[in-house]
Write a protein that binds this ligand. Structure first.
Ligand SMILES: [Fe+2]
Length: 137
């Protein structure tokens, strides 16, 4: 990939893997999300998913570059999952979780959706996320 790959380049590079996941899981749409440390709105983007929330569909991400910290709250346990290049994560629908891209975010991730309209963050109102680790660089 180039230094700042555009969506089409990323999807073309991972075409075979994307196709396999679509065949296996039935995803309907695919896109690419990326963030760089000099993004002018990085703080706002980081803040957006820092508190505990749920989605009505699976949150599926394949990390092509960089990193991000998913934290999953399942029952009375909390699991921190640092995703880096080559990692595929699927946060099951309705699982309380939060995501931290860090203060100097850098990542490129492929998103796969069963139903993109279902991917709305429903915040639980809990402050639990504030009591766990943040991603620091
Ligand atoms: Fe989420």
């Amino acid at each position: 990939l180039s230094d700042a790959p555009q969506q089409d380049e990323v999807i073309a590079a991972y075409k075979a893997d994307i196709g396999r996941l679509i065949d296996e899981e039935g995803y309907q749409t695919v896109d690419v999300v990326s963030m760089v440390p000099d993004h002018p709105e990085k703080a706002a983007f980081r803040q957006k998913f820092l508190e505990e929330h749920r989605h009505s569909e699976d949150e599926v991400r394949f990390f092509v570059e960089g990193q991000g910290l998913f934290t999953l709250h399942i029952g009375d346990r909390v699991y921190e999952v640092l995703c880096t290049k080559g990692d595929l994560i699927s946060v099951p629908a309705n699982t309380p979780h939060w995501f931290d891209m860090g203060p100097n975010p850098r990542f490129v991730a492929i998103r796969l959706f069963n139903n993109p309209e279902g991917w709305v963050a429903n915040f639980t109102g809990s402050d639990i996320a504030q009591r766990f680790n943040r991603l620091e660089n």
